[in-house]
Design a binder for this molecule. Structure first.
Ligand code: PMP
Ligand code: GLN
Length: 380
């Protein structure tokens, strides 16, 4: 067997979901809502499925969706992207894979930040890239100029940054955005910005894209996902936006990864992106309420909840909660003994992991959250 393949394990999300299915645990591990999603977006997908072509759409995405993505970012983030700068992909996961395959050559150094989303490192390494990891720590998970300088070299080619950040639920500050932009410009590096959580923000926080920073318009790949915008994580409609010179290279990889994405889901995403601001506000308000419900419940049980204003996730600090166990041991105990699945945050580190933080998904119905809290009343 090719030994490289043995390096790729099964992701923690699938491991925990499989175990939750097997044991009947309440699944607050893998991030997905347990609601139906917006009815009008579902109806548009059904209509397009029955009434429109189900043959290959154009390789770059349907004109309607590319147009809708550009218009959406103009309206919501003040960006000046053109439809030609948008490539539709089969989820943000495909966008990440295509972008990394397109932009990383063997020996290129790729700066990434831990905790890091599970797909980044295996993709970079399979492309022959050399990971340069910056370690972030709770409770603030901030990037410093010193830490960035320590990983820079003349081989720095790419930076992959996720904001809002999964698993922490934090957003880049203005200082961090300026720091990252300066870094990319001064090292002539491209930034792959994974912004799938851009709309899932709370407490009045606002997502600001790195592509809007000085010098970044021509050197950023901005990645988004309809799955997160419409609470339909199984849909796998994503996109990557970049200036024409980069987009042309991204398209070369995308054509051989998936080539295209189901046309009815593209039609529904195009429809949904045009929804008025009320939809986005309601989504945020509802998720914020769920976050507060779970956070308050956990605090009531003596858990220390770390601050976070985005994503579907909140985190508990085990040491500060008086739990003398590693995150992996606690997550194991919780799923097997109490019947609640979570994600140990050390799974988001490749080295020198933070081992006292556990992630819980709050994007659930009240009854699901209350059921989990009831089970968690039993502490190890
Ligand atoms: N990036 C991040 C940071 C994510 O959290 C996720 C999914 N939760 C993805 C990418 C994948 O998105 P998609 O389901 O659209 O492939
Ligand atoms: N992004 C989801 C999470 O963080 C999982 C997606 C997946 O399972 N690949 O839970």
């Amino acid at each position: 067997m090719n030994p490289v393949y043995t390096k790729l394990g099964t992701t923690i999300f699938e491991q925990m979901s499989a175990r939750a299915r097997a044991t009947g645990a309440i699944n607050l591990g893998q991030g997905f809502p347990d609601g139906r999603g917006p009815e009008d977006v579902l109806a548009e997908a059904a209509r397009a499925l029955l009434e429109e072509s189900n043959q290959y759409p154009p390789m770059m995405g349907t004109p309607a969706l590319r147009q809708a993505i550009a218009a959406h970012y103009a309206a919501h983030q003040g960006l000046d992207l053109t439809p030609e700068e948008v490539i539709v992909t089969s989820g943000a996961t495909e966008a990440l894979a295509s972008a990394i395959l397109a932009l990383v050559s063997p020996g290129d150094e790729v700066v990434m930040f831990e905790p890091l989303y599970d797909a980044y490192l295996p993709l970079v390494e399979r492309a022959g890239g050399v990971a340069k990891l910056v370690r972030l720590e709770p409770p603030a998970w901030r990037i410093t100029a010193e830490a960035l300088a320590a990983v820079a070299s003349e081989r720095t080619r790419l930076l992959i940054v996720n904001s809002p950040l999964n698993p922490t639920g934090t957003l880049l500050t203005a200082e961090e955005r300026a720091l990252l932009a300066d870094f990319c410009v001064s090292h002539d590096a491209i930034a792959i910005c994974d912004e799938v959580w851009e709309h899932v923000v709370f407490d009045g926080a606002e997502h600001r894209p790195l592509i809007a920073e000085p010098g970044m318009r021509e050197r950023t790949v901005k990645i988004g996902s309809a799955g997160k915008i419409f609470s339909l994580t199984g849909w796998k409609v994503g996109w990557m936006c970049a200036a024409p010179a980069i987009a042309a290279v991204l398209a070369k990889a995308h054509q051989f990864v998936t080539f295209t994405t189901p046309p009815n889901l593209q039609a529904a995403a195009a429809f949904g992106l045009g929804k008025d601001i009320g939809y986005f506000e309601t989504m945020r308000r509802d998720f914020q309420r769920s976050r507060d419900r779970l956070a308050d419940g956990l605090r009531g049980l003596g858990y220390s909840v770390l601050p976070g204003s985005a994503t579907y996730f909140l985190n508990i600090d085990l040491a500060a909660s008086g739990v003398d166990m590693s995150d992996v041991a606690f997550a194991q105990w919780l799923i097997e003994e109490a019947g609640v699945a979570t994600i140990p945050v050390s799974a988001f580190y490749a080295q020198d992991a933070v081992t006292n933080v556990v992630r819980l998904c709050f994007a659930k119905q009240d009854a699901t959250l209350d059921g989990a809290l009831e089970r968690m009343a039993r502490r190890p």
